[in-house]
Design a protein around this ligand. Structure first.
Ligand SMILES: CC(C)(COP(=O)(O)OP(=O)(O)OC[C@H]1O[C@@H](n2cnc3c(N)ncnc32)[C@H](O)[C@@H]1OP(=O)(O)O)[C@@H](O)C(=O)NCCC(=O)NCCS
Length: 193
């Protein structure tokens, strides 16, 4: 997949998804990254700490680019067509091409929750992952208290596969992770292309 580019060797494709599109993140998106990952409510159930300032958001962008060059993580910005604003990101992480699997991640800035933007972005991303990228399995793990994330995964047809006990230290507290998985065959059986 992807086009070649002299800077990173690989570039993410832009993918249309209804009211939003998925596209590569650029320097101009650093303030949006800060709004998303600098919010305690957004990172509440994650093992990462909240971004403290714009400089940390810039470092995050550099990490995203570095991982893209290494083909270990593809992180798209979710841009609203009508406003051109980046409202969130979605990610294929832990990319393992040998086993044809990846870990799904997603986040929206708090003021864009309950608009259905991920509900539009993620089916298109999964069709790309199972289609063009030929992945066999996409999985996610989530904190059992993260109701919104669980709703997103279950709506997409992810199946609950098990619990990793005290897998994370979330802001100093041991916490289980619930593992969800979706196979290419599940996705096709559900009528997706
Ligand atoms: C997980 C997260 C992205 C979900 O956000 P969200 O807004 O609930 O998800 P969606 O964009 O799919 O929107 C769905 C909601 O919008 C509502 N909605 C409003 N207009 C809609 C529309 N036009 N189309 C679809 N849904 C719409 C839906 O009813 C649904 O709400 P409900 O679950 O109460 O029924 C968000 O809570 C988040 O960023 N959390 C922090 C990061 C995180 O924990 N990520 C998961 C890591 S595994």
């Amino acid at each position: 997949m992807g086009k070649t580019s002299c800077n990173h060797g690989i570039e993410l494709p832009t993918i249309a998804a209804g009211r939003v599109r998925l596209r590569s993140l650029t320097e101009d998106d650093v303030p949006s990254l800060f709004e998303i990952f600098g919010d305690h409510e957004v990172v509440r159930y994650w093992g990462h700490s909240v971004l403290p300032d714009l400089a940390a958001a810039r470092t995050l962008l550099e990490d995203i680019r570095e991982h893209l060059a290494q083909k270990t993580l593809f992180q798209w910005g979710v841009e609203v067509n009508a406003s051109g604003e980046i409202v969130g990101t979605c990610t294929l992480a832990s990319l393992d091409f040998e086993n044809r699997r990846a870990e799904l991640g997603f986040a929206l800035a708090k003021r864009f929750w309950f608009h259905g933007y991920m509900a539009e972005a993620l089916p298109v991303l999964l069709s790309f992952a199972f289609g063009e990228m030929k992945l066999h399995r996409v999985w996610a793990d989530t904190d059992p208290r993260n109701d919104r994330s669980i709703r997103v995964l279950e709506r997409l047809g992810f199946r609950r596969e098990g619990v990793l006990r005290e897998h994370y230290l979330i802001h100093g507290e041991s916490q289980d992770a619930v593992v969800y998985g979706l196979l290419n065959s599940d996705w096709r059986l559900d009528g997706h292309q």
